[in-house]
Design a protein around this ligand. Structure first.
Ligand SMILES: [Zn+2]
Length: 281
């Protein structure tokens, strides 16, 4: 088992002509009829690689199918804490373990903890998270995780399970500077999405943490509650987040592109090599 933190030195920064990576989406939840348009608009926005994360074993299987059929898509597999229906079953874990070995898979996601009042029992969530980190370790996969109203508990588990050795990211990050620092100190990345466009406290965090700790995502999923289809979040929105980050840090957006793409490839390690090849990085 390679220890990513030691043996996977950050790749040399991709060249000026590199593309963006959207490290976390749920494009598996879109109808097949929607996907060509979503992918076309992403390509036009210089988003060259998109990670599609399942939230159940079935959704993870669809993510793998989509990744095998579309050169810009790469799969992540996992069971989301909010989607647990009791303890994660042995058959679900076996399915996830089997999927995790597929070449199309670049990360374990979406896993994590969610302690909102309506959430599944915390014990079931913690057991599912630890079992899935074990699968990630078996397969050399980075862990891209969710933590809502459970930051301290989630970071305790991540440290305990030495997730920094695997590489990983706190997805859709909206926490404090101290929480970001704790994630970075354990060897993981901070993944910013569109909340960066509107939250002043988050903008302050994004301006202060090291650029080499930042990756970008959209968390795209179908949003029929938005009547105007044009307003659905899609991977094409990555440049909005990148431009805001560039503005906050007083650097050019091309520098944000090169850094965040390099950071994502470094995080994914050996399992991301075909994604790197796709980008020519
Ligand atoms: Zn998500």
């Amino acid at each position: 088992m390679t220890r990513r933190g030691e043996n996977h030195a950050p790749r040399s920064a991709p060249g000026r002509n590199c593309l963006f990576i959207d490290i976390h989406t749920h494009l598996d939840q879109y109808d097949d009829s929607e996907l060509p348009g979503v992918l076309q608009r992403a390509a036009e926005a210089d988003v060259g690689a998109i990670v599609v994360a399942g939230v159940t074993a079935a959704g993870s299987a669809r993510s793998v199918v989509l990744a095998l059929a579309n050169p810009a898509l790469f799969a992540a597999v996992g069971a989301h804490p909010q989607d647990l229906d009791g303890p994660l079953s042995g058959s679900d874990l076996a399915n996830l373990d089997s999927l995790a070995g597929d070449e199309a898979v670049v990360a374990m996601s979406e896993v994590g903890l969610d302690f909102q009042p309506s959430s599944p029992p915390h014990d079931d969530q913690e057991a599912a998270l630890r079992a899935q980190i074990a699968i990630a370790r078996n397969h050399g996969l980075a862990v891209i995780w969710h933590m809502r109203e459970a930051t301290a508990e989630c970071l305790r588990i991540m440290r305990d399970e030495r997730v920094g050795e695997l590489g990983g990211a706190a997805h859709y990050f909206q926490g404090s500077y101290d929480e970001a620092s704790a994630v970075i100190d354990m060897g993981c990345k901070i993944s910013f999405a569109k909340p960066l466009l509107r939250l002043p406290e988050l903008q302050d965090v994004a301006a202060r943490i090291p650029l080499d700790a930042i990756v970008l995502e959209t968390d795209s999923f179908p949003q029929p509650f938005k009547k105007n289809r044009e307003k659905w979040t899609e991977p094409r929105d990555i440049p909005l987040v990148a431009r805001k980050l560039a503005e906050l840090r007083g650097i050019d957006v091309s520098e944000v592109m090169a850094a965040t793409t390099g950071n994502a490839l470094s995080m994914l390690g050996a399992r991301g090599e075909h994604l790197a090849a796709r980008l020519g990085a």
